[in-house]
Design a protein around this ligand. Structure first.
Ligand SMILES: C[S@@+](CC[C@H](N)C(=O)[O-])C[C@H]1O[C@@H](n2cnc3c(N)ncnc32)[C@H](O)[C@@H]1O
Length: 396
């Protein structure tokens, strides 16, 4: 059971539903799921990330690793320090959420005398960018003055580190199904009950609508199948994010030398498209509850899909980057000495608190296994401690 919407959430949701209904009508009655997800998350002023709901943190819909504990960001800071030592330059964080990771990273890098020349943030959500500004305004001036917000990727390629924690899973994806008639694309149509005239308070309902897959989707699914050890059963439904490659291309074009570090929940392809994962990985998050109905709570719930890290790796190689590491979050944090950060807190209540946070980040039943870290490098010839404990051949 999901909690009911507050009245203002209800009216927000109705406004977004009406907007999507118009887009659906303009498109002839069918929208790809990718377009639906784009509108649900990013429609100006209405989408989940474009409007004012709390989103991240204990009072929001979901909690990310930087929100669970600064231990996560302090470990990332150690990895950044090693890279910055070699490359100089700065850090660019994509999709910085509440700004908590930026604050913790800068604080740790200052403690290690390894501050970047500049800490740039590229954030598509105006609402979250405002929260980041408020949070980072509390930093000491020597740190605060290094932070800048960008409207687009920098024209001048970066030396240093690019970071994206839980951004790839927020890129809109397409959905497919193997049916009796072959491969189809699952898009979005209006539910029959919503066919009539509507008023501002009439609920509009959407549902899955299957059409024959077009050439781009068919090619992508073919490529997926080619790399799998066994065929997928009839009825198998999943998703594929065709925006990964252009996104990685764009990021690669901005990296002159250094590390692009991606953190997200995801799998290598053969695990992602496992025959037993018959319904895919699409998930919605609303007030700390996960469910799989993207057509409810429009604009007030997050919609995500896990990341196919093989797709990321292929895109990176295609863009001229080296895939230098792939590790579970647990292996990454242990490689960077997270245990030491807990033990150095002494024996009191602070240590107990940190140990609890570390547990949440590390154990497989929580975030330790499902979340992965991938290192994509250009012209960087240093060992990366975060990837020392895991051999990427076993994972890809
Ligand atoms: C799930 S939240 C993660 C926030 C933060 N990184 C964290 O871990 O707490 C996704 C973030 O990515 C941002 N975002 C989504 N698409 C983006 C894109 N193409 N470029 C940059 N940021 C993006 C969202 O606005 C949001 O800040």
């Amino acid at each position: 059971m999901l909690p009911p919407l507050a009245p203002e959430e209800q009216s927000h949701s109705l406004r977004l539903a009406a907007h999507i209904r118009e887009a659906l009508a303009a498109a002839g009655g069918w929208l790809s799921f990718e377009r639906f997800m784009e509108l649900a998350l990013y429609a100006p002023g209405l989408g989940y990330y474009s409007a004012g709901s709390v989103k991240l943190g204990a009072g929001g819909d979901f909690v990310t690793a930087p929100e669970v504990s600064d231990l996560f960001s302090r470990c990332i800071a150690r990895q950044c320090a090693a890279v910055l030592m070699r490359t100089g330059g700065g850090i660019l964080e994509l999709g910085a959420g509440t700004g908590r990771m930026a604050a913790a990273l800068l604080t740790e890098l200052a403690a290690q005398h390894a501050l970047p020349e500049r800490y740039a943030i590229l954030e598509v959500s105006a609402d979250l960018a405002q929260r980041q500004r408020e949070r980072l305004a509390c930093l000491p001036p020597a740190l605060r003055e290094r932070v800048v917000w960008l409207e687009r990727l920098p024209a001048q390629p970066l030396h240093g580190v690019m970071l994206a924690n839980e951004v790839a899973d927020a890129l809109p994806c397409r959905r497919f199904r193997f049916g009796a008639g072959g491969l189809s694309e699952l898009g979005v149509v209006l539910d029959a009950a919503s066919d009539g005239p509507t008023t501002s308070s009439t609920p509009v309902r959407f549902r899955d609508g299957a059409v024959t897959a077009d050439a781009s989707l068919a090619r992508a699914v073919d490529e997926i199948l080619t790399g799998l050890p066994e065929p997928l059963p009839p009825g198998y439904t999943s998703e594929v994010c065709l925006r990964i490659a252009p996104w990685i291309d764009a990021l690669s074009a901005c990296l002159a030398r250094g590390l692009l570090l991606l953190c997200d929940y995801g799998l290598s392809r053969r695990h992602y498209y496992h025959p037993q994962r018959v319904s895919g990985t699409l998930r919605c998050h609303f007030r700390q509850r996960a469910h799989d109905d993207p057509y409810i709570n429009l604009g007030v719930q997050d919609i995500t899909a896990w990341v196919d890290f093989t797709r990321v790796a292929e895109a990176a190689v295609g863009a001229g980057l080296e895939v230098s590491g792939f590790a579970t979050q647990a292996a990454f944090l242990l490689g960077l000495g997270v245990e030491g950060l807990v033990t150095e807190a002494g024996a009191g209540i602070e240590r107990t608190r940190l140990a609890g946070e570390a547990r949440r980040l590390l154990v497989p039943e929580e975030m330790g296994e499902a979340f992965k870290m991938m290192a994509l490098c250009r012209d960087l010839d240093i060992p990366l401690a975060g990837f020392a404990l895991q051999d990427l051949r076993h994972l890809l």
